[in-house]
Write a protein that binds this ligand. Sequence first.
Ligand code: ADP
Ligand code: MG
Length: 249
Amino acid sequence: MTDRNPKLLIEANGVSKQFANGTQALKNVSLTVERGEVLCIIGPSGSGKSTLLRTLNALEEISEGDIQVNGHSVHNRKVDLNRLRTQVGMVFQQFNLFPHMTALENVMLAPLKVLKQPEAEVRARAEQLLAKVGLADKAQSHPAQLSGGQQQRVAIARALAMKPSIMLFDEPTSALDPEMVGEVLEVMKALALEGMTMCVVTHEMGFARAVAHRVLFMDHGEIVYQDAPAAFFDAPRNERLKTFLGQIL
Ligand code: ADP
Ligand code: MG
């Protein structure tokens, strides 16, 4: 038994990731996320943000280090990946909905097939979740009939259907037309206010400033700096972050 802080939902220690082609995407990254905490991750393209998120639910293997989610070592060969992935919801830039299924069927699929929950229960909860993301009237629509913003909200409902203990978002609004960004961010903000633990990779600095408890800056595979949003944006004590913010703000 190791000493563990039960408040920590994620505890990553000394994580490095080298891809087969030699790219060092993560260098000795350590990260903790407390229950109920909203973390935003920003940084230039190629800095390792997606790789970091993907290692947290074992979509990507790691070369060195250790990651605990809910007290379970994610990269232990004995870990039950299905169980892990029910605990860690993920929303991607591309919504990845099943095109031949309705919105409701997309949200129902994993609880039915993976958790094998009773259909009536799953349906009722899926309807509730679609209502929660503002899409009660789109339950029977197929993805192609929905706007990008609506599809991303279905993707969020689908992730929530597994009752995850943490939600990971990888640039959830980057593929959207500008007029649809707000509706997705509103749904995410509401989730945060309900106390959902969240890690959000985003370029939406207004969202990070308003919603995050902590903002983290990655560059060249390292976590270079982290701070509360006000200090992070208004008085960053790091030259690389200052340069980055100067380029984007
Ligand atoms: P970000 O999300 O911050 O843009 P990524 O995590 O996607 O960065 O990528 C980090 C680095 O790892 C980049 O140099 C990228 O080219 C590289 N990389 C990402 N995925 C792979 C892969 N499957 N194989 C080889 N290199 C990869
Ligand atoms: Mg990325």
